[in-house]
Ligand binder design. Sequence first.
Ligand code: 2M8
Length: 417
Amino acid sequence: MADLTSAARAILTANDRGGYTVPNGTVYPFQWNWDSAFVAIGFAAYDVDRAWTELETLFRAQWADGFVPHIVFWKDDDGYFPGPDVWASGTDPRTSGITQPPVAATAARQVWERSPTPEYRARLEALFPRLMAYHRWFRDMRDPEGRGVVVTVHPWETGRDNSPEWDAPGDLIDVSGVGDYTRRDTGHLDHKMRPTKLEYDRYLALVQFGRATGWDHARIARESPFRVADTGMSMILLRANRDLLALAELLGKGVEADELRAMIATSEAGIGWLWNAEKQCWNSRDMITGAHSGFVTSASFLSFYAGIRDAGKDAATLAHVERIAGRVRYLMPSLDPEDPGFQMVRYWRGPVWAVVNWMIGTGLAEAGHDRWAAKVRQDTLDLIATTGFMEAYSPVDGGASGGDDFSWTAAIALAWT
Ligand code: 2M8
């Protein structure tokens, strides 16, 4: 374990660009939103000061309306596409125009609880209004109907970029005007581990759509050809709202605490809309057609992390865990291994991701499902110990998927050892 811990620290050190950490030095040479939140949780295991800095740097890129971008382009780097010129955010620093799963408030609470000193309380107090503004932005821009879910307008926002959950909703995206472009990801990595050309065309068509609106988030929320209530982001925001509420109470922020209680109540009342009664699973839903995705993905297991306690749905969800555990060596595959579209090394269509496992395992432990919580944690640590700090892993044989020396995988090793 000592070796694993020091190797994990070495990766964070190598990927540190001064105040922020790149997910991987070659494939992803900028600051990513939810990667940094997990990295902060990892740093908190041994360097709380640096953990706070990671979050503070991310929020220095926050827009005036509370939005926090999914990529911050602090420095130029040609190794990634699409770069800042394609996004054309018009901000300083330059950023993307979409967000990512809001893990930041959960990370802030984790970091705070590692070392609740007066010095860090001052940093928490300074960050709190920014976190609050981010959560209000989600409420106002991404749940305009008050359904208690998060409506995403881009697969990249979900962090589960090529999940099959986005296939059917993606059919409505017109890719005829996308034009020529050169991908960089397939220059670094085997194309079998990456999204297809059609998926990239869709990603870029949505970037072009957002850019044409001048990144007017209210308008994008109304008019985007891709509007999906993502079960992953919805669960993650519900959890983050609970963590932010705990911080609001600690800081004596009564008005904000009431606001957060209202957001939580809205989610608790409405999130059941994402329950697929036929498949007996949590899944995403297309806002335009109302259709359930019908896919059991790793996001289907985040309800425990979100703090949802429903005996019937919990039992059905645990039955899926048991079934899947009987099919693969390592939990939790990003797609049901019995699905015909399951591919063990293709990105978010099969591989295991350490950060999702951390959320699933944390939720299962909190809900008292100790056996499964222990397996998810141990499988993650076994994958890391056997294969290294990879981007993701085959749930079948533990083989590598994607880049190596990955920051968020190192962070989870630190959080869990
Ligand atoms: C992957 O996504 C980026 C786009 O955001 C990409 O493939 O270019 C995803 O795994 C995402 O969840 C992650 O935050 C990012 C950086 O690790 O890589």
